[in-house]
Design a protein around this ligand. Structure first.
Ligand code: UT7
Length: 345
């Protein structure tokens, strides 16, 4: 008996209403639009409002995804939430999201930095393949601004908040998650971490005074790691599918820095048009980055039924995760804005 692939049948996203532009940041720290644009490609990012919580952002994306798939929360067999910015240290965010959605199923939280959503997608797809569960929602949500030091120009210009979700169901066809690679390199964990507030350095006045409850990043080391992994992971996940990166209809890279993507495109000898990019609008939304890009690619008609996409995430851990996915007939439900407007004329 062949095991069914896990197919994407619903999708949704949420970004908070507050926008922080490069010019806004230049009034907060010693930076400017020219530097941020040239070094990262980022023009603005969405930041939580008073009304936004990790749970509320996740639920907004989840409701959209459920509606597209024609499901209600009661239909869910499992909720998987990728997150590193929980409402509380305990309980884990997935439990609060389950309650807020009104679902009754088990709820699992997975933390793997910016690689967390692809890790979660791969984890969820195993439950589909074994036949254990039929309707799973995989949510990537990050209220990362809470861990950002808005006096540190080397990190505060990079990150933004957001959430996105997909529904996975057993496929009747070839559509679904085809191959994946998960990776961890804990030896280099120190290059991207929040040093204070955990059990090694519990929250104290000293932690607060040293601003150790915020993200610290060795940008250049992470940059080198990111370019290396984006290229090697794309080769590995497409190779396992009997393909090459050039055979992919669309590549969805972690939206950390345009220069990382340009470097990989150059080394892979692929045009930039093969890569989906929305980091100029949202910055790096950590674990929400890949699903937010995937959802926009679907909504903009960049992915159609039968298309094959390769996604690669990388980040704290240091960690990385990639997957090759064939899109199914559900994508016919997506209505690109341009086509909708065209139809009205
Ligand atoms: O999601 C997790 C994955 N994270 C990543 O993938 C991030 C990877 N790293 C990067 O994207 C880049 O390393 C950064 C965007 C973080 C930094 O870019 P860079 O080209 O590596 O800059 P740099 O750190 O080498 O700094 C160059 C200069 C420095 O000044 P000096 O020492 O040359 O005088 C920095 O102080 O740029 C300065 N600088 C800034 N200047 C204006 C750093 N941040 C800023 C800023 N505005 N915001």
């Amino acid at each position: 008996m062949t095991m069914p692939r896990a197919e994407i049948t619903g999708w949704g996203k949420y970004v908070p209403g507050k926008v922080l532009t490069n010019d806004d940041l230049s009034k907060m720290v010693d930076t400017n639009d020219e530097w941020i644009t040239a070094r990262t490609g980022i023009k603005k990012r969405h930041i939580r409002t008073e009304a936004d919580t990790t749970t509320s952002m996740a639920c907004a994306a989840a409701h959209e995804a459920l509606a597209v798939a024609g499901l209600t929360p009661a239909d869910l067999d499992l909720i998987v939430v990728a997150n590193s910015s929980p409402d509380y240290l305990l309980p884990a965010p997935a439990n609060l999201i389950q309650h807020q959605l009104g679902a009754k199923c088990p709820a699992l939280t997975l933390a793997a930095g910016c690689s967390g959503w692809v890790y979660s997608l791969v984890t969820a797809s195993q439950f589909i393949q074994t036949g254990a569960y039929k309707n799973i929602i995989v949510i990537g949500v990050e209220l990362i601004s809470y861990a950002i030091d808005y006096t540190d120009r080397s990190t505060c210009v990079l990150f933004g908040d957001g959430a996105a979700a997909v529904i996975l169901q057993p496929s009747q066809t070839e559509a679904g998650v085809m191959t994946f690679e998960l990776g961890s390199d804990g030896e280099h964990a120190q290059h991207l971490m929040v040093p204070g507030g955990g059990t090694r350095k519990p929250l104290s006045q000293e932690v607060v005074d040293n601003r150790e409850m915020y993200i610290r990043m060795n940008g250049q080391e992470v940059f080198k790691f990111a370019t290396r992994k984006l290229i090697s992971c794309l080769h590995n996940i497409t190779g396992s599918a009997g393909m090459s990166p050039a055979d992919l209809d669309l590549i969805i890279p972690h939206q950390a820095n345009l220069r990382i993507i340009e470097y990989a495109a150059d080394k892979l000898q692929l045009p930039m048009s093969k890569f989906f990019i929305n980091l100029h609008k949202y910055g790096n939304t950590s674990t929400a980055s890949i699903p937010l890009a995937l959802v926009e690619a679907i909504e903009e008609g960049r992915l159609k039924p039968g298309d094959v996409t390769g996604m690669v995430a990388f980040g704290s851990g240091l960690s990385w995760a990639g997957a090759v996915i064939r899109m199914g007939e559900a994508l016919a439900k997506a209505q690109p804005q341009a086509e909708v407007e065209g139809a009205l004329v």
